[in-house]
Design a protein around this ligand. Sequence first.
Ligand SMILES: [Fe+2]
Length: 95
Amino acid sequence: MLSQEPINLDKVKEEDLDKEILRLGMIAELDAVSLYEQLAAKTKDKDIKKVLLDIAKEEKTHISEFETLLLQRDKEQVRESQKAREEIKKLTGKN
Ligand SMILES: [Fe+2]
């Protein structure tokens, strides 16, 4: 993603704006985790690898921070997440 918004927030309805901002935040953090882990896998420098993996871990915290705020505001997402957990348990037998 590297700092470009994938959607135009000016066209989002006012009542959906915060949810979209939080979703975009999650997308950016997921993208950052992927980037840092890929870069860590590429470098041969142990210090750079260590820092990249530490930062990737911090980005996972950021994903959850945005997700927590989103779930407070999007009850449909809460219900669908519960359905998804039930479906996964049914399909795999694991939680
Ligand atoms: Fe972050």
